[in-house]
Write a protein that binds this ligand. Sequence first.
Ligand code: SF4
Length: 557
Amino acid sequence: MLRFIGGALKGKVLDGGDGLGKSRGYKIVLTSDRTLMSEYGGGIFLGFSACVPKGVVPDFVYFNFFCPSVRVGPRGEVEAAPCGLRRVEAALLEYGFGEDEVIVAHPEYLDWVVGPDTKVLGVNETDPLGIGPATTTFTELLGGEAYMAVKFREVVFNRTVRKYGPKIIVGGPGAWQLEPEDVRYELGLDCVVVGEAEEIIGPLCEKAVRGEPLPSVVHGTVVPPEKVPNIRHPTICGLVEISRGCGRGCDFCEPTLAKLRSFPIEKILKDVEVNIRSGRQPILHAEDVLRYGAKSLVPEKEKVLKLFKAVRSVPGVEHIGMSHFALSSVAAAPDLIEELTPIIGADEKRWASGQTGVETGSPRMIRMHMRGKVKPFKPEEWPDVVVRAFEILRENNWVPCATIIIGLPGETEKDIELTIDLVERLRPFKSLIVPLFFVAMGILRRKGHRSMRLEDLNARRAELLLKAWRHNLLWAPVLIREYLRNTARSKFTALGTALVLSYGVGVALRAIEKCEREYGWDLLAMREDVIEGRTSITPRSLKPLKWAMKLVAAVKG
Ligand code: SF4
C-alpha cells in the first residue's frame, strides 16, 4: 500500500515494516535529503530535476514522475543509497561499529530510526543550500527555492531529530556550502566534513557517541584507493566509483586540484557485484571515465579496456553506463570510443550517455580558466575539438549531456558570441547542452569572485542561454522517447513523464520564440512583463491549472 505525506509520494515500505525494528533508535543514522533518495525511474540524469524550484510543477507530479522514492525496508532502511553514503556506512562498519548500530535510513522515516540512543545523524548532500550551478540557474530564472534545499532543511529540522538531539554531521560534495559559521548556526549543525570522509568519519562518530565536542568544520584527507572501503549495500542507479580527483585544474571546479587516483579493478568489481545482486546494472563513475588508470591527461586505452571488459564479464552485467567523460579524451582517443562501444552494450537502439563539459567556445576563456581541460590540445583548437568529439560520439551511438558556463569572470561579448557559434555548430548532433550560470567554486571561490546573478543576464548571455535550450528542446522528442524506452520505468510512469515533458517542450519553444521575436533576446524584460501580467507565456489550455494551483496555495495560506 503506498502512503502519502504532504501530497508527496512516500517511499514504499517492503515486507510490511512497522518501524519497531529499533524503538530506542540506532546509534548512528545516515541519510540524504529526499531528492537524492531516488533512482529517477532508472534515468539518473533526471536527477537534474532536483535543481528545479519547488512549485514549478505540483509536488505530486514531481515526486511521482521525476523523483519517485527508493523503496524502504522494514526497519526504515533504504534499498539503495547515494554512493558517498554507502562509503561512509562501510567506513563506519570497518572502524568497528556494528550492523545493529548503523542504519542508512529514508529521510521520511527518521521517526522510525531516531530515538534516545541515537548519537549521530550523518547527512550526505550535493547542494544543501540550492546554490550549486544547475540549481542557481533554475532558481535565478524561475524564482523560488530548489527542492534540494527545502528537503535538506526538512531533514535537519525533523521533529524527532530535534527532540533527541543527536550530533548532526553533514558531508558530501555540497558540504563546502555549509562552512560559514552563520550557516551552520542557523541550521543547527554540529560538524561539517568537507572532502573525503572515509578516514575521519569513524573517529568523529566515536567522539560523538562518547558525548565529546566535535570540531565544527573538518577537511577530509585524500584517501589512498586501497583504503577506500567497499560498499556493503546497493547504490542509487548502481553507481560505482572507479577513480577520484581530476588534475585538469579548472579554476571554477571543486575536484580540480585532487590528483587522479584510480581504484584497483578487483575493488571495482566487488562494488559492481553488490549492485548486480540487487538487480542494478553498473554506472561507472569518475570525473573522466576515459582516463581510468592514466598517469597523464591522455587516456591509456589498454587500462580502460581492461577495466570495462572485466566489469562486463561479471555475471549479470548486460550493459555499462558512465557518469562523466572529457571531450578532449574522446578526441584524443577515437579508437578507444569505438572499442568501448560494444563492451558497454551501446547501439542504435540503446545509446550510451554521460555528462561532459563544453563550458565555452572561446579560446580566451579556456586560457584564462581551464587550460588543462583541453589537453593534449591547444586552447585555440577547442571549438574544433568539441565538434570532432561530438562527431566521434555520434558515430558510436553515444549521446553527450554537455554543460556550458555563462558569466565566467572576465567574459566579454566576443567570448559569448564564440560560444553561441559553437552551440550552433553542435545543432546536428543528438545531445543535450545545459547552460549553467557561473557559480564561484573551487579556486575562484577562494579568490573571492562572485557568482553570476540574474541581473548579470544581458541580452547576449540570454541569447546563449536560450539557444542552448532551443537545441535541447528540438532534440527532446527523440531523446525523451528513446531515453524512457531504455530506462526501467513502469509504462504508467514512462507515459506520464513523456506527456509532461512533451507538453513542456512545446510551451518552452514558444516562449523562446517570443523572447527572440518580441524582445530581441532581452529575457529580463520579458520576465518582468510576465510577472507584471503585461504578457503571458502560459498556453490557454494550462490557465485553469495555473489558477487552481494559485487557489490551493492561497487556501494553504
Ligand atoms: S575537467 Fe571537469 S572535473 Fe576536471 S577540473 Fe575541469 S571541470 Fe573539474
